[in-house]
Design a protein around this ligand. Structure first.
Ligand code: ATP
Length: 458
C-alpha cells in the first residue's frame, strides 16, 4: 500500500539519500537554492534524455536547438517581457513580510482566480476581505508595486544603461529568433517544431516549496509551428503527447495530475488558449506543464521589430505567412519533484517492519542494477560482474553491511534490481536477481543475464 507522506518527510529523505542538497550549504545556504547530488544529477540527465528522445528525436516533425542564455535585450523588449513580465509585490508594514498579492488572495480564497485583475482590484479585495498577513495576522500593507522578474546584469566593462542584459526567463524566445535559421538550414516544411532544454532565471518574489519554485531552473520547451489554415488540432495532439509522456513513459499515476483550462482573464499577453497540467504535490496542487497557443504573436512581433522577414514560404501555394505556434513547456525540477513524490512509498512488510521504496520507472532510476557479493569472499567475482554489466547498464557496486540492509538501501533509492553473487554462483554460474517492487528473487544464469536485463528494461 502506498502511504503518501508529507512534504517534510520526502524532502528530508531526498537530502539524506543524496538527491538534493541545500545550495551553498557550508556558507549557511542561499535562500531557495538547491544543488543536485549524485542521484539527483543522474535523474535529471535521464529525464532530459527521455524528453529529448520523445519530443525531438522520435517525433518526425521536430528538431533541437541550443540557444544562448543572454540575448540581445531587444528580444525581451519585443517579446513583451520588459513591460509585462511582472508580479504584484506587497509588503506587510508591520512585520515586513513580503508577498505576491495575487497568491495571498488565491490562498485565502482558493475558488478565486486572480489572473487578469488589475493592481487596484487586488488591493481593494485584500482590504475589503481583510486578508491578514500570514506571519503577524495584521492587515496593514504597502500599496502593490509591479516587480520585474527578469534578472539584470551588464555585459562588458562599462556598466551603464547601454550595457544592460537579462538572463532569459524562458528558453522560448531563443527558439523564435532562430526560427528562420532553423527552417532554412534544415529545409523544414510546416508543420514542424523546435525544442530545447536549458536554464531559465526568474527573480521570483516568493520562491519556495522546495524545488517547485526556484529562481534558477531548467525548462524543456517545444515551439511547434504550423500553418494557420491547417485544420489539424495540434493543441490537442500535444496535450495528449504530454499526458502520454507522463503516464506511459514516466509512469506517473494518472490520478495525480489533471488539466486546468485558463480562463480568458488569466491568459498571458501572447496566448489565446492555455491549459496547465497540474500535479497533486504534497504541498498542494500546482502547475507542472503548461501548453499554450501563442498564435503568431512572437514571430510577428520579432519580424516587425527586427525588420527581418520571418514568414514561411509555402512551396506548393507559393504564399507567405507567419506560422502559428503551440508551446508545451515544462520545468525539469518540477517534473523531477512530481516523479519523486509519485514514486515515494512506505510499505509495511509481513514482519511489520517498514521499508521505504522509490517506485521509479526503470529508465529514470539513478541506477538500474546494484551488484553485490553475498560475503567478502565473493567480492572479486562480484566486482568482475559489475565491471561487465556496467558496460551496458547503470550499475552500482555495494559490498557494505548485511544483505538485508543493502536491499533496503537500494529500494530506497529506487534501484530496480539487486544482483547477488553468492556461495553457489561459482558452481552453478547463476546469480540471484531480486526485484525491487515484488521483492521476489530468481536464479538467473550469468550467461543469460544481459538478455534478461535488456528484456526487462521498460
Ligand atoms: P507559475 O504560475 O507556477 O509561476 P508560470 O505559468 O509562470 O508558472 P510558465 O511561464 O508557463 O510558468 O513556465 C513553464 C514551466 O516552467 C512551468 O509549467 C513550470 O514547470 C516551469 N517553471 C516556471 N517557473 C518556475 C520556477 N520559478 N521554478 C521552477 N519551475 C518553473
Amino acid at each position: 500500500m502506498q502511504n503518501r507522506k508529507n512534504n517534510d518527510i520526502l524532502i528530508a529523505f531526498l537530502k539524506n539519500q543524496g538527491f538534493v542538497f541545500q545550495g551553498s550549504e557550508i556558507y549557511g545556504g542561499l535562500a531557495n537554492s538547491w544543488d543536485y547530488g549524485p542521484l539527483g544529477a543522474e535523474m535529471k540527465n535521464k529525464l532530459k534524455n527521455l524528453w529529448w528522445d520523445f519530443f525531438i528525436k522520435k517525433n518526425i516533425h521536430n528538431v533541437g536547438l541550443d540557444s544562448s542564455i543572454i540575448l540581445n535585450p531587444n528580444v525581451w523588449k519585443t517579446s513583451g517581457h520588459i513591460d509585462n513580465f511582472n508580479d504584484p509585490l506587497i509588503d506587510c508594514k508591520n512585520c515586513k513580510s513580503r508577498y505576491r498579492a495575487d497568491k495571498i488572495i488565491e490562498e485565502a480564497f482558493p475558488e478565486i482566480n486572480v489572473g487578469g485583475w488589475t493592481i487596484q482590484q487586488q488591493e481593494k479585495f485584500i482590504l475589503e476581505k481583510k486578508i491578514a498577513c500570514q506571519q503577524c495576522k495584521k492587515v496593514d500593507y504597502t500599496p502593490i508595486r509591479q516587480f520585474q522578474l527578469m534578472f539584470k546584469s551588464y555585459q562588458g566593462v562599462i556598466q551603464d544603461d547601454s550595457s544592460i542584459v537579462y538572463l532569459r526567463p524562458e528558453t522560448a524566445q531563443g527558439i523564435f529568433i532562430n526560427f528562420k535559421n532553423t527552417q532554412r538550414s534544415l529545409r523544414k516544411k510546416l508543420p514542424f517544431g523546435i525544442g530545447q532544454i536549458g536554464k531559465s532565471f526568474r527573480n521570483e518574489i516568493t520562491p519556495g516549496n522546495f524545488i517547485f519554485r526556484t529562481r534558477e531552473f531548467e525548462q524543456m520547451e517545444l515551439e511547434f509551428f504550423y500553418d494557420r489554415n491547417d485544420e489539424t488540432d495540434w493543441f490537442s495532439y500535444w496535450l495528449l503527447q504530454i499526458e502520454h509522456f507522463l503516464s506511459v513513459e514516466l509512469k506517473i499515476n494518472k490520478k495525480n495530475f489533471k488539466r486546468r483550462v485558463h480562463n480568458k482573464e488569466e491568459l498571458s499577453h501572447y496566448s489565446n488558449k492555455t491549459i496547465d497540467i497540474e500535479y497533486n504535490y504534497f504541498h498542494g496542487i500546482g502547475e507542472l506543464w503548461g501548453i499554450a497557443s501563442r498564435t503568431d504573436f512572437d514571430l510577428s512581433r520579432h519580424q516587425e521589430a527586427s525588420k527581418q522577414d520571418l514568414s514561411y514560404l509555402d512551396p506548393i501555394t507559393n504564399k507567405k505567412s507567419i506560422p502559428y505556434v503551440i508551446e508545451p513547456s515544462v520545468g525539469l525540477e518540477r517534473l523531477l519533484f512530481a516523479i519523486l513524490t509519485d514514486a515515494y512509498c512506505e510499505e509495511t512488510l509481513e514482519d511489520k517492519s517498514t521499508r521505504i521504496v522509490l517506485k521509479l520507472t526503470k529508465k529514470i532510476a539513478p541506477y538500474y542494477l546494484a551488484i553485490m557479493p553475498l560475503q567478502k569472499q565473493q567480492n572479486e567475482k562480484a566486482f568482475d560482474l559489475y565491471i561487465n554489466l556496467n558496460r551496458e547498464f547503470d550499475c552500482i557496486f555495494d559490498d557494505t553491511g548485511n544483505i538485508g540492509k543493502r536491499y533496503r538501501r537500494e529500494d530506497a533509492i529506487g534501484t530496480p534490481y539487486c544482483i547477488t553473487y553468492d556461495f553457489d554462483s561459482d558452481e552453478d554460474n547463476c546469480v540471484t536477481v531480486r526485484d525491487r517492487d515484488t521483492m521476489k528473487q530468481e536464479r538467473i544464469k550469468i550467461n543469460d543475464l544481459v538478455q534478461y536485463l535488456k528484456d526487462n528494461y521498460k
